[in-house]
Design a protein around this ligand. Structure first.
Ligand SMILES: [Zn+2]
Length: 503
């Protein structure tokens, strides 16, 4: 069975991972885990973009060989992503031989199928080393790159190989307009791409002269493959292309990228694949940026909250939660420590954590830790089942913020139910049947919540799941989330899931 294949953008190996990178990797991980919850086999690719002038220059400035430099950076990124519970199952580095083989095979195939669409020409223009891209007049802000306003653009003149991108304009435009076989989401990004396509496309340089740090261009002594052309192909080379079995994984079901690199993924990449007669990815999702004090978080544009500091503040799962719940995965969103602390305290410590500890303590106190029979397996009015359905719909639509909101609202409902049902009063009055029903309903709701939080907070979800007397991990618990059945389960009080902040 073909796995559901999801990728993230690969990051330039020229600095440390930051919150902007983390938003993308965590969002993709939430989506991958959601698909695993549905029982689908998933292939999840992340990696590093290790070629290009910027990486070469950064390594030189650090007094290191480029290979030693990227080895260190790759390890640093992997350690960070594993620490944030990113569950990728392939890590692609573009300096790997398997990638070079895929790049050269794709280029050779394009040359064989469409010989007129690769041609040699002169290029003269302004090059942004930050973007690794030639900039056209219309893309400049005050004479500078909008993504990298602190960098000088470099006037560059080269004799390079070009890809006749203009010849693919009509086909790509038709695909993006149809938004069916090849989808660009969310709509605001699709509209941007449509307007770029309607203005018309220029042919693009796909080789760089005299830049030794790159993949040799097929049949050329002095040219290397332009870093962007090289990088895009990682999604395909990770399938083993062109070796046996690559098409058992390809096409990708979802490329998750930032909104700043949609032109590459939504225009150049499909054109390259059309030229090579390789199937297109099914969807591109372009998320917004993490803002810090109103400015985009990025290494190249100055200081921002350190990712390590943010992860250490309340633990990795809390950071995952805050990025998805508060910053979001569609538009830009603000990150401040004040807001992070407030959300942690209200939603996690006083919300979910408090709910779990109260319910499990009461089952322990009144029923010796064994979940009693009785109740409907839901809160009054079936609000848990409704929340679960809304959550599933939001996840399917990549509305991760909306899905997280369903979790918070269900926690609030459950905490309110404890207050109205007052189990301690039922115990005092000796109303055993009603007490059983209330405890059973609350425990069932916790089971449901453990599954719902799993994509967002896998470590806490697993701790809660085990405390509820369930085996292994909630990844197999979707059936339990739909119709919780925990009667007779032996529960334990977990260690404090989300300790309150010191006053
Ligand atoms: Zn730039």
């Amino acid at each position: 069975m073909k796995p559901w294949y999801i990728t993230t953008a690969i990051d330039y190996a020229n600095g440390d991972p930051h919150l902007g990178h983390a938003l993308e990797k965590i969002g993709a991980d939430v989506i991958a885990r959601w698909h695993r919850l549905q029982g689908e086999p998933v292939r999840f690719l992340m990696g590093m973009d290790e070629h290009g002038q910027k990486v070469f220059q950064t390594a030189q400035a650090a007094g290191m060989s480029p290979q030693d430099w990227v080895d260190g950076i790759s390890e640093r990124f992997e350690t960070t992503w594993r620490g944030l519970h990113c569950s990728y199952d392939d890590w692609m580095r573009t300096t790997e031989p398997r990638h070079a083989a895929g790049v050269q095979a794709l280029l050779t195939r394009i040359r064989e199928r469409c010989p007129d669409d690769l041609f040699v020409g002169e290029y003269e223009g302004l090059y942004c080393v930050g973007c690794e891209e030639f900039k056209q007049e219309g893309q400049l802000l005050n004479g500078r790159c909008g993504e990298h306003p602190s960098r000088e653009l470099v006037p560059t003149k080269e004799r390079n190989t070009f890809f006749r991108l203009s010849a693919y304009r009509d086909r790509v435009l038709a695909l993006v307009e149809a938004n069916s076989a090849f989808q660009v989401e969310p709509q605001i990004r699709r509209n941007e791409i449509l307007s770029v396509l309607r203005e018309g496309l220029q042919d693009i340089s796909i080789s760089r002269a005299r830049l030794p740090w790159g993949i040799p261009f097929p049949d050329s002594d002095e040219q290397t493959v332009y870093v962007w052309f090289d990088a895009l192909i990682n999604y395909l080379s990770a399938t083993g292309y062109p070796g046996d079995g690559w098409d058992a994984v390809w096409p990708a079901d979802l490329h998750v990228v930032g909104k700043g690199i949609t032109r590459f993924h939504c225009i150049i990449w499909p054109a390259m694949l059309i030229a090579a007669d390789v199937p297109l990815p099914k969807q591109i999702w372009a998320h917004g940026y993490v803002q810090w004090g109103g400015a985009k978080v990025s290494k190249s544009e100055g200081e921002s909250a350190s990712l390590d500091e943010s992860a250490a503040r309340h633990g990795p799962d809390a950071l995952r939660w805050f990025l998805m719940r508060e910053v979001g995965f569609e538009n830009d969103g603000d990150f401040t420590f004040e807001r992070f602390d407030a959300v942690y305290e209200s939603e996690l410590a006083n919300g979910l954590g408090n709910l779990a500890s109260r319910v499990l303590a009461m089952v322990g106190k009144y029923r010796d830790g064994v979940v009693p029979a009785g109740g409907e397996g839901d809160l009054p009015g079936g609000v848990g089942a409704v929340a679960l359905a809304s959550y599933a719909a939001a996840m399917t639509a990549t509305d991760l913020k909306g899905a997280a909101r369903q979790i918070t609202e269900l926690v609030t409902e459950a905490n309110g139910y404890i207050t109205t049902a007052a189990p301690w009063a039922l115990a005092k009055a000796g109303d055993d049947a009603q007490l059983d029903a209330v405890l059973a309903n609350l425990t069932a709701t916790l089971v449901r919540l453990a599954v719902m939080i799993y994509p967002f907070m896998p470590e806490k979800a697993t701790a809660l799941w085990v405390a509820l007397g369930q085996a292994d991990t909630p990844v197999t618990g979707w059936g339990q989330a739909k119709r919780p059945d925990v009667v007779g389960a032996q529960v334990v009080k977990p260690e404090n899931l989300f300790p309150r902040l010191a006053p």
